[in-house]
Design a protein around this ligand. Structure first.
Ligand SMILES: Nc1nc2c(ncn2[C@@H]2O[C@H](COP(=O)(O)OP(=O)(O)O)[C@@H](O)[C@H]2O)c(=O)[nH]1
Ligand SMILES: [Mg+2]
Length: 347
């Protein structure tokens, strides 16, 4: 799972990258995009491990991609700069909240750049399809496919021109499949993040921004990095003085993870307790494949305890079994967030 940090140059993306991944941004890597991993924290797993005391506790990770950022004055190069994030599963739009207050304006402008970059790709494709259709002596199947795609791409181009992102056109699954290889940016899930300065971070986000992005989040990024480097005593004092009651890094990573439609399931054991990342709506057999290909191929059944039941049973599988809360599920069971799953496979 990869999330691309995007925005205009200077909005604080590289600072957010370092905050989330603890990796120093390398200026020589920024043009092609720099990637580093961040753990997705999970208090539920922390509690499970505190009770079960496995040798190892492992959190699933997200890959965070730092990108060059867009030039607000020269639009020509922006589609190329945005090309770096086409392979990402989702975007985190970083807005400058430390030197500016026009958050909604920044977001509007940024979204226009995305529309423009996608329009360029779709228009090129339309030209290609028209050229194909002019060719003589082609198999009728190819011609039909091109005609169908031309109708679809024209619909997308018209929507983009009217300011509608591809995600809001209502593409059906077949249509999404047709355009998947173009990796349209306006089809990707988007998280809006305001990189706040040293003040105002406890204020609610302005209504005009929330109207555009109801799930937008914020954090005083630089301040949190500075606080994290302090000794515990100093940190406590400064946090109290500054009115920082909690760190936002963990919740921000979680918002990124869940915001693109991922969930986790848990596996527990003496050696290791861990979270596994799966897409929401994923079947047990597919989830088994995340652990190991063999578990999916030789899947027999899954024993599942919901997290709530596990807590009620004092994190004891035995107690869950005794109370009939350890369910037997088949291949097509839809795994829920935080399910404790034990896969049984044939040898
Ligand atoms: N005061 C303050 N300055 C910041 C913050 N985040 C970034 N900056 C500064 O803004 C400038 C641009 O930040 P950078 O992360 O390189 O932006 P990028 O171009 O989007 O990668 C740098 O001088 C940072 O030190 C912040 O939270 N507070
Ligand atoms: Mg940067």
């Amino acid at each position: 799972m990869k999330m691309g940090l995007v925005g205009f140059a200077g909005s604080g993306k590289s600072t957010v990258f370092e905050w989330l991944t603890a990796e120093k941004p390398d200026p020589s890597k920024v043009q092609q995009g720099q990637t580093a991993m961040a753990d997705v924290p999970d208090e539920r797993l922390a509690k499970i491990s505190a009770v079960l005391k496995p040798k190892k506790t492992t959190y699933t990770k997200v890959a965070v991609l730092d990108t060059p950022g867009l030039d607000p004055t020269d639009h020509k190069d922006n589609p190329r700069r945005l090309g770096v994030i086409r392979e990402a599963n989702g975007t985190v739009v970083v807005l400058d909240g430390f030197s500016r207050t026009d958050f909604a304006q920044q977001l509007k402008k940024f979204r226009e750049e995305l529309l423009y970059a996608d329009l360029e790709i779709v228009t090129n494709r339309i030209d290609k399809l028209n050229a194909n259709l002019k060719k003589k002596a082609r198999p009728s199947k190819e011609t039909e496919a091109d005609q169908g795609e031309l109708v679809l791409q024209t619909r997308i181009a018209q929507a983009l021109e009217a300011g509608t992102p591809a995600s809001k056109i209502g593409l059906n699954p077949d249509e999404e499949k047709t355009v998947r290889s173009f990796q349209l940016l306006t089809l990707k899930p988007e998280i809006v993040f305001v990189n706040r300065g040293d003040s105002g971070f406890n204020d609610p986000l302005p209504a005009d921004l929330l109207a555009l992005a109801p799930t937008a989040i914020q954090a005083p990024v630089k301040l949190e990095m500075e606080l994290a480097e302090m000794g515990e005593e100093d940190r406590k004092t400064f946090m109290a003085d500054l009115g920082v009651s909690e760190f936002h890094k963990g919740p921000t990573i979680r918002a990124m993870f869940y915001g693109v439609g991922r969930i986790v399931f848990f596996t527990t054991g003496e050696d290791e307790c861990r979270t596994w990342s799966i897409p929401a709506g994923c079947e047990a057999v597919e989830a088994a494949g995340c652990i190991h290909k063999d578990l999916s191929e030789k899947f027999v059944r899954a024993n599942v305890i919901s997290h709530d039941d596990f807590v009620v049973c004092h994190y004891s599988e035995k107690e869950a079994k005794a109370r009939g809360l350890n369910r037997t599920e088949g291949k097509n069971y839809i795994v829920k967030d935080a399910d404790i799953v034990h896969i049984l496979a044939s040898s």
